[in-house]
Design a protein around this ligand. Structure first.
Ligand SMILES: Cc1cc2nc3c(=O)[nH]c(=O)nc-3n(C[C@H](O)[C@H](O)[C@H](O)COP(=O)(O)OP(=O)(O)OC[C@H]3O[C@@H](n4cnc5c(N)ncnc54)[C@H](O)[C@@H]3O)c2cc1C
Length: 464
């Protein structure tokens, strides 16, 4: 039987597409509106011929069987590859395995640095034990976890470069989830790095989301690309979305993965000024990924390398050849890397255009010892709303906006990473979409509780 429900979805990233799939599963056909020309959102895979770029290096791991089942159902087993995680930090000319391992810290950068690091760590552990060190900034968290010396060496510069702020200014809530403590256990035989394996679609993360979009289209779901939503009007029962070109669509509910602050701006009737002011404080960092194909072959034994030191402008380097051979042309045998530049949207590099980027990229390649004269191809990918910024105002601001929206727009379902202004991975974005659909059907579930526990998250059920 045809459902009388006709919900609307903003955004065809992981959250929007998952909401679409969940609705279809329950017999409802939504319509999806996507601002850009592609599906997958931040987890898309832009391509230039046979060159495919993962804008952020997307590992697939999750603790949720529901998410893992959905991933498996969308792509056949032969399209998933198992990739051993090998990552490092490049510090003082040394590649130091990351997540940090105690015995490497003690030896890889010389015994003197190892002893200083260990001494500093013991001192901070002692202070923690005395209960005199409990402030919530990232800097204080980092010094408690790693000791001042190793924190300064590995994390302070990296956070300044990637979060674009003083580590004292950001809270540490995300850090327990994202930063693994130093590993001290000795494991015999197997290299612990090789035990850490993640899943990856052969052709990059976007392959999964293109498959999701194809499934939705097969079920009659319209996905309108190049359709930025500029207004979302609510008359107490019905939603009417207005696209930039002035066309409209109406529905009984609205699922939104557009940035929370932009959603508040688009709402009509307008929320009161204090809510708009709070929402306007929710800001983002942007990302430029410069994919560079060098004809010369370099043996970089890592999937990605963090580059915390200030003489390099680049913040992280992806080594695409170690993610999947299918990200570059079949017969190609050079080096394919992605240089990640973390920026505020009004920063010099963001506005400089591709030509302005060229000089910076060449300088960084030279500092990394990669020969820019062997460049065969450069592809630039921009992600404007790459990271929701966490500062001390974020928690309170998000809660106040959430509560206001819940009370005044009961059929509005913000979801996903930017939709909830939460530092989510794909699986969290998907879970918030699943719960939002549950809520739409009257279930007592709370999408805002997804990804709210503080344990380390970077492992999951989809290992092999
Ligand atoms: C550098 C980097 C590395 C990452 N690494 C990992 C990883 O290893 N593993 C992992 O699982 N996740 C990773 N992620 C996170 C992952 O990309 C996100 O969690 C996921 O893409 C969030 O999905 P989403 O649908 O909530 O948001 P998005 O992917 O941002 O999708 C939202 C969509 O909404 C559209 N939109 C916005 N405004 C409008 C509008 N007004 N009208 C219509 N459409 C609109 C956007 O164009 C976009 O397509 C990484 C992210 C980054 C930036």
């Amino acid at each position: 039987m045809q459902s009388s429900r006709n919900p609307l979805i903003i955004g065809a990233g992981p959250a929007g597409l998952t909401a679409g799939l969940e609705l279809v599963k329950r017999g409802v056909t939504p319509r999806i509106y996507e601002a850009s020309a592609h599906v997958g959102g931040l987890a898309r895979t832009p391509a230039d011929g046979d060159w495919r770029i993962d804008p952020g290096g997307h590992r697939f791991f999750t603790r949720s069987e529901d998410v893992a089942d959905l991933w498996r159902s969308l792509l056949p087993a032969d399209q998933w590859i198992a990739v051993p995680r090998r990552s490092a930090m490049l510090v003082r000319g040394h590649y130091v395995q990351y997540p940090l391992v105690g015995r490497h810290l003690l030896t890889q950068m010389g015994l003197h640095r190892g002893a200083r690091g260990a001494g500093s760590l013991m001192w901070h552990r002692f202070r923690r034990g005395m209960g005199s060190d409990h402030s919530g900034s990232f800097r204080d968290w980092g010094r408690r976890e790693f000791g001042r010396y190793w924190y300064d060496l590995f994390f302070d510069g990296y956070v300044r470069k990637t979060w674009l702020t003083d580590p004292e200014e950001i809270t540490s809530d995300w850090a327990n989830q994202r930063i693994k403590p130093i590993g001290w256990r000795l494991s015999r035989g197997v290299d612990p790095m090789d035990q850490d394996v993640f899943r990856y679609p052969r052709h990059g993360p976007g392959q999964l989301w293109e498959a999701a979009a194809a499934t939705l289209r097969d079920h009659g779901v319209g996905i309108a690309l190049n359709s930025p939503i500029v207004h979302a009007r609510y008359d107490g029962t019905t939603w009417m979305l207005e696209k930039q070109n002035g066309t409209t669509a109406s529905g009984d509910a609205l699922f939104s993965s557009m940035p929370l602050r932009s959603l508040v701006d688009a709402l009509e009737p307008e929320p009161p000024k204090h809510i708009k002011t709070i929402a306007a404080r929710l800001r983002h960092r942007s990302l430029i990924t410069v994919a560079v194909a060098l004809s010369k072959r370099y043996d970089i034994p890592y999937n990605w390398v963090y580059t915390p030191e200030p003489h390099l402008r680049v913040g992280r380097i992806q080594n695409y050849g170690r993610w999947s051979r299918d990200l570059s042309p079949r017969d190609w045998n050079g080096t394919f890397v992605g240089l990640e530049y973390f920026l505020l949207p009004d920063s010099d590099l963001w506005v400089a255009g591709d030509d302005g980027l060229g000089a910076v990229v060449e300088q960084d390649l030279a500092a990394l010892g990669l020969d820019a004269s062997t460049i065969e191809r450069v592809i630039v990918v921009r992600s404007q709303h790459a990271y929701p910024i966490y500062n001390s105002a974020r928690d309170r601001s998000v809660v106040r906006v959430r509560d206001y929206l819940r009370e005044h727009y009961p059929s509005l379902h913000p979801m996903g990473r930017n939709g909830m202004h939460h530092y989510d991975n794909q699986d969290h974005a998907m879970l918030s979409a699943m719960r939002s659909v549950g809520r739409y059907f009257g279930e007592n579930v709370d999408p805002w509780q997804v990804n709210s526990d503080l344990g380390y998250h970077e492992h999951g059920v989809l290992k092999r």
